[in-house]
Design a protein around this ligand. Sequence first.
Ligand SMILES: [Mg+2]
Length: 286
Amino acid sequence: MSEGPARAPDRVYCAYVFDLDGTVYLGDELLPGAKRLIEGLRAGGRAVRFVSNNATQDPEQYADKLSGLGLETSVEEVVSSIVVTTRWLLDNAPDAVVFAIGEEPLQRALGEAGIRMSSDPAEIDVVIASYDRSFHYRKLQIAFDAIWFHRRARLIATNPDRFCPLPDGRGEPDCAAITAAIEACTGARAEQVLGKPSSAVLDAALDGLGLDAEDCMMVGDRLSTDIRMGLDAGMATALVLTGDTKLDDLEQSDPHDRPHFVVQRIDELVPEGLWAELDPERSGAA
Ligand SMILES: [Mg+2]
């Protein structure tokens, strides 16, 4: 095996993109060191962003959850797959008529972005597959008619996840199940699967910051999504061992998904000797 990842970075980056579950919190509790790290980074003028693949929750809900856990967070700091999907449509198919198989927060965000929505298969240009706990046969029929019968609609998916883990160890079928149902009957393939590890997530998260990828760090608990995405973007990557990936998994993982850094606690991402750099008085940062 090649040389293993370094434990902790030797610099402070300009921006940090954090996965949420297993990285910043677990269920309904902040993970040890999360508040110290994130508040320290902000105090030192570093940009902080949170990313999630869950399309049933909008940024307001995540910001409220984080604030409720004691980590004050603004909506602008959160990029969920709802944000990524809305942005993709505005950039790539701004005039499209859209049929979204997804829950209310997704429908609301698309409507607020001025995207035209329809359930008439004869006028649908884009079908969006998403995590939808009110999925039923009629929605599948509309997608089928728009894609197969009328031969006009493109298919995209909000995220690639097969299931969404629940705190009790169970799970719920996620977007991949809906995407597969549409692909199975139409023979179409989703031309875009947004959410991590798509580069569209980091494009949205880092938009407007004007930073080079090598000055930004991606932090997460999953190798094939969080870490893969950061590596593909040319960012520094750090795995925290507080979630999905254990040290054993790391040793057996695909060498192409290995992070630059591995830490037990998230606040180890700033080594003790570098915390002074985050002091606003000393660094002069806003
Ligand atoms: Mg996670």
